[in-house]
Design a protein around this ligand. Structure first.
Ligand SMILES: [Zn+2]
Length: 171
């Protein structure tokens, strides 16, 4: 069990396009995923992407319900995820991010998606998601492309937030 430091935006790894995983069923990959889960639950958060702990690989973990009352932990691991389809219909959700502490804001995203991804053993999966799960997955997988939710804001707002985070956490 290892809880890793969560990078704060605009640290470099959060702005880089992450590389695909090539070797599955691998102890190092399993350890990375375990560290990500430990870090996510400790934070506490409902999703975490590998670049958020400084590892530039296309891996993310989520557990969107565990913080609701009476819910049990039930995590999912997403490796090399790829959207096959996104709905034309959108919804606006207030988002936050472990890498942008205390920053929240509305983001408009497609409200349903079809996803292809791989599990730890390299098995391929395809499934449709909607509602909060669809939004959470889009947020997490943006991290794999070096993108964060404030990238949807105006340049001015983004600059103000970046300045604030740098001053508070990175100086
Ligand atoms: Zn995030």
């Amino acid at each position: 069990m290892a809880i890793k430091r969560i990078l704060v935006y605009p640290e470099d790894c959060l702005k880089q396009k992450a590389k695909p995983v090539k070797i599955f069923n691998d102890p190092a990959l399993k350890e990375l995923v375990q560290d990500m889960l430990d870090t996510m639950y400790d934070a506490p958060g409902v999703g975490l992407a590998a670049p958020q702990i400084g590892v530039s690989l296309r891996v993310a973990v989520t557990d969107v319900d565990w913080k609701s009352e009476g819910a049990e932990k039930n995590h999912q691991v997403w490796i090399n995820p790829e959207f096959l389809w996104k709905s034309g219909e959108t919804e606006i959700t207030e988002e936050g991010c472990l890498s942008l502490p205390e920053i929240y804001g509305d983001v408009e995203r497609p409200n349903a998606v079809r996803l292809r991804w791989y599990d730890l053993d390299g098995k391929k999966h395809e499934e449709d998601f909607d509602g909060f799960q669809a939004v959470a997955l889009q947020h997490e997988f943006d991290h794999l492309d070096g993108k964060v939710f404030i990238d949807y804001f105006t340049p001015l707002k983004r600059r103000m937030i970046t300045k604030k985070l740098k001053k508070k956490y990175l100086s």
